[in-house]
Design a protein around this ligand. Structure first.
Ligand code: NAD
Ligand code: 0WE
Length: 259
């Protein structure tokens, strides 16, 4: 049975009730995990309040921490808090990405250097930095799960710089899995089909992409945050004890189609 009782899980990437990370957090909670939640701090504290109001009642997280992954000090203090409060960490959910708008439309070759490096920093390097900080805390083994997209292995119009960031992220999964395997820490990615979220809705044409998936995918529909959450819970559980370094597609079968 899928059972995460006694496991401490740190979930990044919740922005609102449409976030994939929110679907994951709910399924980890349902499976009995003890949750910690991080949020991206902003000047007015709006994100903090929004995320706190969302998670507080249903999930009762025992940790609620600001963590901008562009800031090494915030990553360090996040995992220092985990060490103080929990002692050990079992599960890390990496569910965040960012590219400036000029990296998500127009000519791929037109992307500025700063857009490219910022997107790779937030969307790919952050998994390396967080895994390094989690490593000494995963003393009884562990599971690290990140979220990726088909645009990291095939060309999806306008995904542009994010596609390169996801390609780097997927290779990070393999190198990290290789390094951390001897410690019984597994590292995997979930490649989700398009879902309407804050990030995807800010992209022009997401609804057209969803309709395309509904036409082409074997299951003739998109996937939900809670379906992705179930797969994440599986990957974090002992049911997946032999799985590491993999990218698991949760996309209604879309990616198998050639025409
Ligand atoms: P979302 O907007 O709900 O989540 C993105 C999160 O990234 C937000 O919580 C935001 O605060 C966080 N973030 C951005 N910059 C950050 C920083 N510097 N430090 C810390 N956090 C930061 O959107 P989502 O669609 O749920 O995205 C979550 C993940 O799922 C991303 O990795 C995305 O690439 C991936 N994904 C999304 C889809 C989709 O169609 N929505 C499909 C496949 C994969
Ligand atoms: O990974 C993503 C979205 C990532 C994302 C979205 C935004 C919009 C707002 C990263 N950075 C930003 N920056 C912003 O300013 N997805 C998989 C969803 C997505 O985004 C696309 C897609 C799909 C699908 C962009 C172009 C084409 C398809």
């Amino acid at each position: 049975m899928l059972d995460l009782t006694g496991k401490n899980a740190l979930v990044t990437g919740i922005a609102n009730n449409r976030s994939i990370a929110w679907g994951i957090a709910q399924q980890l909670h349902k499976a009995g995990a003890n949750l910690g939640v991080t949020y991206l701090p902003d000047e007015k504290g709006r994100f903090e309040k929004k995320v706190r109001d969302l998670v507080e009642e249903p999930l009762k997280p025992s940790l609620f921490l600001p963590c901008d992954v562009q800031d090494d000090a915030q990553i360090q203090s996040t995992f220092e808090s985990v060490r103080e409060k929990w002692g050990k960490l079992d599960i890390l959910i990496h569910c965040l990405a960012f590219a400036d708008k000029d990296g998500l439309s127009g000519d791929f070759s037109g992307a500025p250097r700063s857009t490219f490096s910022k997107s790779l920093d937030i969307s790919a390097y952050s998994l390396v930095a967080m895994s390094a900080a989690a490593k000494p805390l995963m003393t009884e083994g562990g599971s690290i799960v990140t979220l990726t997209y088909l645009g990291g292995v095939r060309v999806i119009p306008n995904y542009n710089v994010m596609g390169v960031a996801k390609a780097a992220l997927e290779m990070n999964v393999r190198y990290l899995a290789s390094e951390l395997g001897p410690l019984n820490i597994r590292v995997n990615g979930i490649s989700a089909g398009p879902i309407r979220t804050l990030a995807s809705s800010a992209v022009g044409g997401i609804l057209d992409m969803i309709h395309h998936v509904e036409k082409i995918a074997p299951m003739q529909r998109t996937v939900t945050q809670l379906e992705v959450g179930n797969t994440a819970a599986f990957l974090c559980s002992d049911l997946a004890s032999g799985i590491t370094g993999q990218i698991l597609y949760v996309d209604s079968g879309y990616s198998i189609m050639g025409m």
